[in-house]
Write a protein that binds this ligand. Structure first.
Ligand SMILES: Nc1ncnc2c1ncn2[C@@H]1O[C@H](COP(=O)(O)OP(=O)(O)OP(=O)(O)O)[C@@H](O)[C@H]1O
Ligand SMILES: [Mg+2]
Length: 242
């Protein structure tokens, strides 16, 4: 592999709070290869979400460079960054962030509204993404009519519907019971293994982190140990209540 997909150099991020400056990321450097599956672990407040948001272009570093493939995020204007984000990154959050009044299919179609597509094509792609996550039979359900695990799988369908290179997931199993968490992990493993998506998942759960190929530990603004390992195969077999 010639060049990593994600390349961070000298990345610093500070926040001001009540006249004080809090350095969240301090001169951080990190490389992540395309096709990788990374778990980011660390204590609360260590800057995991901050780092994920910088890599996903939701926020900007104070200094340093963040390159994703050929793109240098610091060099992009606000509109360009938003356009890059909608094309290149799929986000999955702990709380699912689905729109309650929309059906599963309509939720999944949302990121496609920015693309120049016909309604029928949007619908087709959303249905395909929902099939991939095993929810073809729940397309017309609203979030309140779905279990938490199903809601998260709809959110994953929404994250992949634009066919992004990179999936960023912030504690995607944090609100799920063990069985639903395993289903979500199984799905993320499939996106990485079969669809070749590069995945970066923040998690507090060692059991979830074990499913990644690489575990990156963070502590107080810096990176600690990086473990590369044989991932655990999540097993949702025999899980009741889809
Ligand atoms: N917008 C903001 N303004 C000020 N401080 C912030 C802001 N966002 C985050 N912080 C602070 O930066 C630090 C890192 O926050 P971050 O959310 O990245 O931590 P985290 O590792 O994701 O924690 P958790 O595991 O609890 O989600 C925290 O001390 C937090 O209070
Ligand atoms: Mg966080």
């Amino acid at each position: 592999m010639s060049q990593p997909l994600i390349q961070l150099r000298n990345v610093t991020k500070t926040y001001s709070r009540g006249g004080e400056t809090l350095t969240v990321l301090d001169d951080l450097a990190l490389d992540m290869d395309a096709g990788g599956y990374f778990a980011l672990m660390g204590p609360s407040g260590s800057g995991k979400t901050t780092l994920l948001n910088l890599i996903g272009g939701l926020d900007r570093a104070d200094t340093g460079s963040i390159r994703i493939g050929e793109d240098d995020l610091a060099q992009m204007g606000t509109g360009e960054l938003a356009e890059w984000r909608s094309r290149s990154v799929g986000f999955v959050f702990q709380g699912f962030n689905l729109i309650p009044v929309l059906t599963a299919r309509e939720n999944v179609e949302l990121p496609l509204l920015l693309a120049p597509l016909k309604g029928s094509e949007r619908k087709k792609r959303a249905e395909y993404a929902l099939q991939l996550v095993g929810l073809a039979d729940r397309m017309n359900h609203r979030p309140s009519q779905l279990s938490g695990g199903q809601e998260q799988r709809v959110a994953i369908a929404r994250a992949i519907v634009t066919d992004p290179t990179l999936i960023l997931a912030d504690e995607p199993t944090g609100d799920l019971d063990r069985a639903s968490a395993e289903q979500v992990l199984e799905l993320l493993g499939k996106l990485n293994g079969e669809l070749k998506k590069t995945i970066l998942m923040v998690t507090h759960d060692p059991h979830a982190a074990e499913c990644a190929k690489t575990i990156v530990h963070m502590d107080k603004g810096g990176l600690g140990r990086i473990e590369t390992r044989e991932p655990r195969k999540p097993s949702a077999a025999g899980v009741a209540g889809r």
